[in-house]
Design a protein around this ligand. Structure first.
Ligand code: OGA
Ligand code: MN
Length: 197
């Protein structure tokens, strides 16, 4: 039943390298994810870089994150949506995606994430990024927009992080940043990868 949505995402990735979808997931799933995101007490300060180079730098990013556990039944519906997308992407685009990793992220008032790429060009790890927003009463003037850039300087999308909006983009193509949030902001960021877990 998600095949139509997967096809739409795949077409957009081929044509534009990214897509923005509103109300991509069933309301009932969004509500459950939002409830978890807003009540969990397991968030940790987010780091920069990979395992070897991992460090916390609050001048670059200030969000707190919680990795989604593979067998968390609470998240199985979301993870199976992503697993279906992974299989479709591989079937249509031969991306060879091996797995999906994701974390909840919480930005408190004033928190931001400065401009970055999720993967360096040609690096064999993160290939496709997803961000799903979980902010039910979000107002346009609450800040916290995701800015997507083309060629480092040109803003091509300004995404308001309201509940149900899903952004999918090629991880090594689009620098992006999160503007300072004026109120607490929740999302799930995830990555389809090509390496081994
Ligand atoms: C990230 C990221 C964007 C967002 O976690 O790498 O860029 O809008 N998140 O939360
Ligand atoms: Mn990112």
């Amino acid at each position: 039943m998600n095949e139509e949505l997967y096809a739409k995402i795949i077409d957009a990735l081929v044509d534009d390298g990214y897509i923005l979808l509103e109300e991509a997931l069933p309301q009932e799933l969004l509500s459950r994810l939002t409830h978890y995101a807003t009540t969990s007490t397991n968030y940790k300060s987010a780091g920069i870089s990979n395992a070897q180079n991992f460090h916390i730098d609050t001048t670059k990013r200030r969000d707190k994150t919680e990795w989604i556990d593979e067998d968390g039944s609470l998240f199985s519906q979301y993870l199976s949506f992503c697993e279906g997308l992974r299989v479709s992407l591989n079937r249509s685009l031969y991306l060879g995606l091996t797995y999906y990793e994701a974390h909840f992220a919480r930005y408190e008032k004033g928190d931001f994430y400065e401009k970055h790429l999720d993967a360096f060009f040609g690096s064999k790890n993160r290939v496709v990024t997803t961000v799903l927003y979980l902010n039910e009463a979000w107002q346009e003037d609450n800040g916290g927009e995701l800015l997507l850039y083309e060629e480092d300087t040109k803003v091509i999308e300004r995404v308001v992080p309201k509940a149900g909006t899903l952004v999918v983009f090629l991880s090594d193509k689009f620098p992006h940043e999160v503007l300072p949030a004026k109120v607490r902001r929740h999302s799930i960021a995830g990555w389809f990868r090509v390496d081994r877990r």
